[in-house]
Design a protein around this ligand. Sequence first.
Ligand code: GLP
Length: 263
Amino acid sequence: MKVIVCRNAEEAADLAAREILAALAAKPDLVLGLATGSTPIGVYSRLIRAHRERGADFSRVRTFNLDEYLDLGPGHPKSYRAFMRRHLFDGLNVPEDRIHFPPAEGSGLADRCARFEDEILDAGGIDIQLLGIGSNGHIGFNEPTSSLRSRTRVLTLTAKTLEDNSRFYSPGEFQPQMAVTMGIGTILDARRIILQAFGAKKADAIRAATEGPVSSFCPGSALQIHPRALFLLDPEAGARLSMREHHLRARENEETLRREGRL
Ligand code: GLP
């Protein structure tokens, strides 16, 4: 696990976008795991800019989104499919049939969740999984007490998550109580993971995820057992880390080695 406390959210988005674009240059049929929420928007705008201004080609990329609200159809403006169209897919050239979401409508959901997992395997597995984190430590929609080896499934959102997300709904508007999410086990199968977190509201979750015990009570802590998990934080999200100074020093040391061409 590597933790970088960046100067600000812009720098974190620059670093994440740079990693993705370098991976794309090395592997044009890159398989990306994607997240929603306000956190990854900066990365998405940078990928769109790279596509428009520098010709970054996403035509062979496959994408798998982490999660979706149960029963919000793809046309619903608050569905994650609509979010991804607005913030990423409308600006890139990923062919429609290479974009995947977990099943969130209709019946046979358990079987279709298993099929979603098979689709990830058929694509060769996820190369880079982008993540945010909930203020209660959730990743995707894996709420506290989700099994550390869970797979894609339907679940009920906690009161905390409903409250955090209620800002997107007007009073009296239908707010989904259930969702479908990749499991923690699904996420851990990705070759690389980049988790971004911004703002003081995330400081406790980040401390629990990186310095607390590995525990299903903080799903983000599962990343501690992943060989290539990168946390990109702004100073507010990293403010409560007891290892903060160490992470800053480690970054400087690595930059020196990189400048010397040794890393
Ligand atoms: C939702 C999503 C998560 C996301 C979280 C944080 O619950 N399912 O994937 O990480 O929100 O959202 P934000 O980035 O807006 O803080």
